[in-house]
Each structure stands twice: as structure tokens, then as C-alpha cells.
Design a protein around this ligand. Sequence first.
Ligand code: SF4
Length: 63
Amino acid sequence: MSKEFFVDSDLCTGCNDCVKALPKHFVATDEDTAEVTSCDGADGAKVQQVMDACPGKAIKWKA
Ligand code: SF4
């Protein structure tokens, strides 16, 4: 099973960079934030890149 991750909507700026980079895993919401649709099959290295690039540091690994 791949490691799970989520978006902290309080920190998300709604830039949509994660949605563009990993559309299989992130979706834009009506509240101008992004959320995780599914962590299944995610490439951990790519997720880490998107996390590092997120302007709000809003994407986090689940503990
Ligand atoms: S990259 Fe970060 S700030 Fe931008 S939409 Fe995704 S979670 Fe939100």
C-alpha cells in the first residue's frame, strides 16, 4: 500500500499546482482549495516534489 497524504485546507492557497501535477490524486474544490481524491498508486517521490513546491506547505503525509 502506498503512503497516504492529505491537504490541510486551512493552509491551501488554491493555486492548483498539485491538481495540474498529479490530477489522478488531487482535485480542485468549490472552496478554492484542493483535496486528495485517492492516494492509490501514487509515486511517493512525485508526491514529495509536489509537497515541497506547494506554496502553503499544505500537503502532508498521514502519520
Ligand atoms: S499546491 Fe498546495 S496550495 Fe496549491 S492547490 Fe495544492 S495544496 Fe493548495
